[in-house]
Design a binder for this molecule. Sequence first.
Ligand code: DAH
Length: 355
Amino acid sequence: MDQDLESIKQDTLSALDQAQDLRAWDAVRVATLGKSAPLTQKLKELGKCPPELRKERGGILNRLRDELTQAIETRKVVLEERALNEKLNAEAIDVTMPVSVTAGILHPLRRTVEEIIAIFGAMGFKVAEGPNVDTDWFNFSALNIDENHPARADHDTFYLPTKTLDGQQNLLRTQTSTVQIRTLLDQEPPIRIIAPGRTYRADHDATHSPMFHQCEGMVVEKGLTLGHLKGCLVDFLRAFFGIPHLPVRFRSSYFPFTEPSMEIDIGWNRKTGELGGGSDWLEILGAGMMHSRVLANCGVDPREWQAFAFGMGIERLTMLKYGISDLRSFYEGDVRWLRHYGFSSFRSVALHEGI
Ligand code: DAH
């Protein structure tokens, strides 16, 4: 090999050696094999070579080119591997590091719903659902509240401008009692359900919000009595408030969909706000044996099946349990408030730990 070719070879090999990353490597590749590289030029000039020398010179040049191409490829593999290792080292995850997680906070209303589900779940209840946009029939008529019933006016209903295909007026449900009807039409008794969810009434002040939450309950079984209703709700209230001897009072009342109907109060001290003590009563939920007409409206024979139902306000339960005084704070989305009143989303409700 002449001096010229020898120095091309040596220069290329040492430049490759010095190339420490893929960018420098690529520069060497272009300088060695690119269009204006000396070796490429020499290959182009082969044509000018006298024929008797061309073959030998061509062989030498091509061998050199193959050798350098090989060296360049080998260097590339080395540099690529090095780059990969550097990247892996830089991104290494230390699995022994303590976790740093920004935990979400559970809204107290959600916590109450989970507690209600846990307590009734232990009594064999399942969660049922219904739509927020419902119809006049589900919200009123099927619940024995006919068109001229005064209770319709009491509910401050948000009526929607639409009707269903079969002419039913759409509205935002004013009570979760709609889910009683939907469940009765959907499932065969025996049934034990609770239905927590949103409800809506056109009412807005410090103690009312146009959107609020209720939880309905319904049990349809054979041979059910008022005694079962009372036992079930006393157990629930004592478990929910964590007060084993919480006084509970059943007071006669009226709801169109139950007969007899009652309102349920718990004992408290009005002055101190302490639950369970004192001689005052605080109304907490409505309940009753389901009206035979409601069962019949849903094709359930009231002579065969007995049923009771109850409904409660989730905001009210939450405010009482955690001493939250302003209803509006629930919906303001103030993170500082949430940090104070909220719950860790990692701690699920566990009945055996107490609620
Ligand atoms: N739906 C009633 C309300 O919004 C609450 C209620 C009372 C539900 C008695 C019931 C019940 O299931 O039996 O005021």
